[in-house]
Design a protein around this ligand. Structure first.
Ligand SMILES: NC(=O)c1ccc[n+]([C@@H]2O[C@H](COP(=O)([O-])OP(=O)(O)OC[C@H]3O[C@@H](n4cnc5c(N)ncnc54)[C@H](O)[C@@H]3O)[C@@H](O)[C@H]2O)c1
Length: 386
């Protein structure tokens, strides 16, 4: 919903200036409804990068009390920091946009949701890939009933996630690390956006294959939804095949990347010290997630089957196939997914409407990721109790 130009820009501070946060800066700078007023970052080297944005750079969340009229914070620190920082921000009277996964585990997420209720402020979880225009368009078509009832949604993503530079906690599932929490959070978000919010049961296998890189690196998850739909999420982060082979070479962020241009052909893991990994991670953060893109973003490939037809993403939008033939629906790409996140939080923070990526939504996504890991450990289907 657009707001009158006369409304004051919402004052926002970034907490943690790594890869995720740096990806948000172009969207923030292009949106007149927001004013970036401060950055909190506790690493001295990263602080000096952050200073280039010309706003105060603090080292602790509490320092933000020096900013008069702060509306909200965007928490993009490591996942294990999210819960405490979110609760602290809510208690200070600030709205919260928190990166996915919203915390290291569902119990922490529940505490965050309770704190939002207690302090009367909102939590939004994002960016996540259900903000991608093709996913939103497919959701809209499902909800319109044009293709009948949704029956199956299958999503596949094959990347080099395991071998990208990482901090130790990004690989540790006890701290919200590994592909099932970090990337499954996107896939579950997409599947619930398309199939409906309520999952009844979860069955999964999770694979930790490379002893030199001890982390859950691949999974196969099967979800049974309350409305009768079924969904699978397949993720393989071991740098073998690329799901760009099935998305007409379009990357996660909407760029054309042919097989020759992909930097991550299977290669032996280079033995790096934690300091070397951190340095490469900080370097990668500067360009890893571009601000705008010529094509639609693809978090792998998602195929939807409804009673009257199928849908999948294309580089320019979505393809709809029914017994009457196929048609492509072209979608605008003037707004990046992060610009759509800002649109949602603008409405929520101004009190003009609810956002569907709220704390409860993020909590359920995380609970399902946790159930997938529990199912893989026990070999049994997990029932999602209310
Ligand atoms: N939505 C997406 O597409 C996307 C992409 C990447 C990462 N993420 C998520 O974003 C979060 C951060 O991941 P990242 O890859 O950007 O990590 P990162 O390591 O690049 O960045 C985190 C930053 O937070 C800083 N930090 C840590 N503790 C802090 C504290 N207490 N106070 C202030 N600063 C602190 C670190 O120094 C670092 O610069 C994770 O939850 C991750 O899952 C989301």
């Amino acid at each position: 919903m657009a707001h009158p130009e006369s409304q004051h820009p919402l004052q926002i501070a970034i907490v943690g200036f790594g890869a995720a946060a740096q990806a948000f800066v172009p969207a923030l700078q292009n949106n007149a409804q927001f004013s970036l007023v401060a950055i909190v970052e506790n690493n001295a080297q990263v602080q000096s990068n952050a200073k280039a944005l010309g706003v105060p750079v603090f080292s602790q969340l509490e320092d933000l009390k020096q900013i008069a009229h702060l509306d909200g914070v965007y928490i993009a620190t490591h996942t294990p920091c999210h819960a405490e920082q979110c609760i602290q921000a809510l208690a200070n009277g600030w709205h919260v946009l928190v990166e996915k996964p919203m915390s290291s585990n569902a119990a922490e997420a529940l505490r965050m949701v309770s704190a939002a209720q207690q302090f009367g402020k909102s939590i939004t979880v994002g960016h996540s890939h259900s903000f991608d225009a093709p996913i939103q368009a497919m959701r809209h078509i499902i909800q319109s009933g044009e293709l009948g009832a949704v029956q199956m949604v299958n999503t596949w993503c094959f990347t080099d996630w395991v071998y990208r530079p990482r901090r130790a906690e990004e690989l540790d599932p006890a701290l919200g690390g590994g592909v099932t929490f970090r990337q499954g959070a996107h896939q579950i978000d997409i599947l619930r956006a398309l199939c409906g919010p309520k999952v009844q049961t979860v069955k999964a296998k999770v694979f930790n294959t490379d002893p030199k890189r001890n982390t859950p690196g691949a999974h196969a998850i099967y979800l049974d939804f309350e409305n009768g739909a079924a969904a699978t999420a397949i993720y393989n982060g071991y740098a073998g095949l690329s799901s760009m082979d099935w998305t007409q070479n379009v990357s996660e962020w909407g760029f054309l990347q042919t097989a020759e241009q992909r930097p991550w052909k299977r290669r032996p893991l280079q033995q790096s010290t934690p300091e070397q990994e951190l340095a490469s991670k900080q370097e990668r953060a500067k360009t890893a997630i571009p601000g705008s893109a010529p094509l639609q973003p693809h978090f792998g490939l998602t195929v939807v089957s409804c009673t009257l037809g199928d849908m999948r993403q294309t580089p320019a939008g979505i393809l709809i196939a029914t017994a009457d033939g196929e048609r492509e629906l072209k979608l605008p790409n003037h707004q990046s997914p992060r610009e759509l996140v800002l649109e949602e939080i603008e409405n929520v923070w101004r009190g003009s409407g609810p956002g569907w990526h709220d704390g409860q939504w993020g909590y359920e996504n995380l609970r399902i990721c946790e159930a997938a890991i529990a199912s893989a450990q026990s070999g049994r289907e997990q029932v999602m109790t209310a």
